[in-house]
Design a binder for this molecule. Structure first.
Ligand code: SF4
Length: 520
């Protein structure tokens, strides 16, 4: 019997389960760059570079360790797999279970279609790139009335003994979120991001990606949008170390702030590395805890960061595999607007969206509040189709995967699941954006106005959203205060808001006037 391991592009770790299951045997392994696979949607060019360069670096690392590595650059997966299986007389192909459901389906389809004639069986090894297995999450979730993240997070703290003092949380509280929302005042002088100059392998991949004749998102040309991400484990570890010792202390208070020219603030920027296996979540949370205990990192920073990795990230993965497969089709508010063109170009007079989408085009990354309170918030209050928005997020972000984006966008960002995940929709007017950023200072709209020529679209769409979905929102307890304010609004003002919202959609969404006015 000969065992071979197929390593997927987001499983780039020497401790990944399929490799580990072979012990010290230097078995044949295969990695495949598939051109067909990256045409499922127009991915960010820098994501293609990250994955393919990291795969090529990982293949080198495995070769140096003595593995017999086959590396294929081709159209699909089936043809090179078949050739590799035959050439190496492989009778058992091991694959670590993919994090994404569609890729699991792809493997099952191949198994049915090609493997019967190959005399080779597929052995799927449980994924070990997360702290919670999908089964452990199911056991936690089953029978619960509420699946709120906070309860899951507390269970994770106990289970992995992170930031615990006996059976109590250190500091006496589980969650210091209230101390994570400081308003930015003036320039904050945030430490610059940890980037890397592309080496020869990466430069080759950049040339390759720029030469492809396929639909993509984002930029990869001149100095301002060059590729600066790390591409191997040692660089990912450098970024982690730099975050822990340079940025973590300042992360807590300003993690929700947004400042022009200081885009990545004190954020860790490790999600692209975590999501392809270059870092493991346990080493990340342990490093943050160690820094809290040994280096006087403030608790609201240490806990705030650990909550994102041990709490939110694990919760997203667990929930994605727990909910039914049609979760992605949820559309609680029945929103159907297509994406406006500026989601692909960043060309809009709304400065907040212009800044965020421009940064995204240049790097493939913006932080969680820019994702939630600028991009998702705008999509929610204008009534964009949740499925189109989810697909766009998956396209645009360097750390985007099916398991990341479905629950984050459909559930958290757009409340399209009707509250499985969140306790209320994250809808906000310009008041929040002005409070947490300096975007409004450079904007041609007036963040204070909700009607009139210069009214900020976030204002009239916010009230229009509340008005359009009043009945559904009334069932969400946490919305009663704001709905009372809606009820107190003069009829003429509400009429003006409805008209502004309809006119804006007519001008920006390529809809007929009747469509834009009758979408209610
Ligand atoms: Fe965004 Fe409105 Fe502020 Fe302009 S005024 S930056 S559109 S929130």
């Amino acid at each position: 019997m000969t065992i071979g391991v197929w390593i997927l592009g987001n499983q780039l770790s020497t401790t990944q389960a399929a490799l580990v299951s072979c012990g010290t045997d230097k078995i044949p392994v295969i990695l495949i760059e598939s051109l067909n696979h990256v045409q499922v949607r127009p991915y960010h060019k820098q994501k293609l570079v990250l994955i393919w360069s990291a795969m090529r670096h990982f293949a080198e690392e495995l070769r140096e360790k003595g593995y017999k590595v086959t590396y294929e650059i081709t159209d699909d997966f089936a043809v090179p797999l078949e050739a590799w299986i035959k050439a190496n007389k492989i009778t058992e192909m091991r694959v670590m279970i993919p994090a994404d459901r569609p890729f699991m389906q792809l493997i099952k389809d191949m198994e049915r279609q090609y493997f019967p004639s190959l005399e080779c069986k597929i052995n799927l090894v449980p994924n070990n790139h997360f702290l919670w297995t999908t089964e452990a999450f199911k056991s936690w979730a089953q029978g619960r009335k509420s699946l709120l993240m906070e309860y899951f997070y507390r269970e994770g703290r106990r289970k992995f003994q992170i930031l615990m003092a006996g059976d109590k949380p250190v500091g006496g509280e589980w969650n210091y979120d209230k101390e994570n929302r400081q308003r930015p005042k003036g320039k904050l002088n945030t430490p610059g991001a940890k980037w890397f100059e592309p080496n020869e392998i990466t430069q080759e991949v950049i040339k390759h990606v720029n030469s492809l004749n396929i639909s993509t998102f984002g930029k990869l040309n001149d100095k301002s949008n060059k590729f600066y991400w790390g591409v191997n484990r040692s660089q990912a570890l450098e970024v982690l170390d730099w975050f822990i010792h340079v940025r973590l202390a300042g992360f807590g208070p300003y993690q929700d702030a947004m400042i022009m020219g200081e885009e990545t603030m004190w954020h860790s920027m490790i999600s692209p590395y975590l999501n392809i296996g270059l870092l493991h979540p346990l080493e990340v949370v342990e490093a943050a805890e160690k820094a809290y205990r040994e280096e006087q990192i403030p608790l609201n920073s240490g806990e705030g960061f650990i909550r994102q990795v041990l709490g939110w990230r694990e919760y997203m993965y667990g929930l994605y595999h727990y909910v039914s497969e049609d979760y992605s089709q949820n559309n609680y508010f029945n929103h159907k607007q297509p994406l406006p063109e500026f989601f692909w170009t960043g060309e809009t007079k709304m400065n907040c969206l212009h800044q965020v989408i421009s940064q995204l085009l240049n790097t493939g990354y913006v932080h969680h509040i820019q994702r939630l309170m600028i991009l998702s918030n705008f999509a929610l209050i204008t009534g964009l189709s949740p499925q189109e928005v989810e697909s766009w997020f998956h396209s645009a972000f360097i750390d985007g995967y099916d398991w990341v984006m479905q629950t984050n966008v459909i559930g958290m960002g757009l409340f399209a699941d009707g509250g499985i995940l969140g306790s209320k929709p994250y809808a906000a007017s310009a008041n929040y954006i002005n409070k947490m950023s300096n975007y409004c200072k450079g904007c041609s709209y007036n963040y204070k106005a909700r009607t009139g020529d210069n009214a900020c679209p976030f204002n009239f769409f916010y009230w229009d959203f509340l008005d359009r979905h009043r009945e559904k929102l009334a069932t969400q307890g946490r919305m009663s205060f704001i709905l009372n304010n809606l009820d107190k609004m003069p009829v003429e003002e509400l009429e003006a808001i409805r008209k502004l919202a309809g006119d804006w959609l007519f001008l920006n969404m390529d809809l007929s006037h009747a469509e834009s006015q009758s979408r209610r």
